[in-house]
Ligand binder design. Structure first.
Ligand code: HPA
Length: 266
């Protein structure tokens, strides 16, 4: 692997519990507890890639029980500089039907009771991170470009409402989220995005709308319907991720390497 390549990580959510075969790397145990699963390192072309299953393997950890701090910390220790988070979400508007792919640019956090910062008084001196733009614009741009180049339609601006779960919402809650300005609803982008920022890692979210939000369709939401959308939608998500990582590999080849050290794989 080239010394010049930075390590990119995919955090897979519901419907994306693996990406491709690789080897286990890094440590599951961190000062904040254990990661959701082993980190699997592989490569696409020459671009190194780490993968972490957010809900564990098998998929069993509820959104509010995920050890977000351990996950982000372990990725950082491995040398990850950019994180692409894959999130299954509900769509609030009729122009975001099930199957849509969305790359949000803003979020509102409604979660509670989650360990949401590394600045908890224990180990680091207090810093108030800037979170004006919660998703890294350049990384979002790379996803959007890769989507265009591979003919995949994406919505490239949206407000992600991060809710506690694991239950879905009431109609009144969805109405309130809409009034607040949310376009999509998910359970896992927070505190993940903020923790990545605290560790100075780029972070972007690639969302698959797996259901119309509560009260936004004639029928009730069922897991059967959600899984049907996941089965087809995640094929597109995988294609887009592969295209984006391939483009990163080409970009790095055509740019002179100025980085001193390569990825710190263990
Ligand atoms: N609401 C919250 N989170 C979700 C939904 C939803 O409708 N669908 C998938 N994740």
């Amino acid at each position: 692997m080239s010394e010049c390549r930075s390590l990119v990580a995919i955090i897979g959510g519901t419907g994306l519990n693996d990406f491709q075969q690789g080897r286990v790397a890094g440590e599951r145990q961190t000062p904040f507890g254990e990661t959701s699963a082993d980190i699997i390192v592989s490569a696409v072309a020459d671009q190194p890639l780490a993968f972490l299953a957010r809900h564990g393997r098998p998929h069993s950890i509820s959104p509010h029980k995920i050890n977000y701090r351990a996950n982000l910390w372990a990725l950082k220790q491995l040398g990850v500089e950019q994180v692409i988070a894959v999130n299954a979400v509900g769509g609030i508007h009729t122009d975001l039907p099930a199957g849509s792919i969305v790359i949000p640019d803003q979020l509102i956090d409604y979660t509670y009771g989650r360990e949401h910062t590394f600045f908890d008084g224990g180990r680091a001196s207090l810093e108030h991170i800037d979170f004006t733009y919660p998703f890294t614009e350049s990384l979002r741009g790379q996803l959007v470009n890769a989507a265009h180049h591979s003919g995949i339609t994406v919505v490239d601006t949206a407000v992600y409402g991060a809710v506690q779960g694991p239950r879905l919402e009431t109609v009144a809650e969805v109405n309130r989220l809409e009034k607040d300005g949310c376009d999509i609803i998910g359970m896992t982008a927070m505190p993940e995005a903020a923790l990545a920022r605290e560790l100075s890692m780029d972070y972007a979210s690639l969302c698959l709308v797996v259901n119309p939000a509560a009260g936004r369709s004639e029928i009730l939401i069922t897991m059967t319907d959600i899984h049907a959308v996941i089965d087809t939608g995640m094929i597109k998500v995988r294609k887009l991720l592969t295209a984006m990582i391939l483009e990163k590999a080409v970009d790095t080849q055509s740019t002179r390497c100025t980085r001193g050290a390569g990825p710190r794989f263990r």
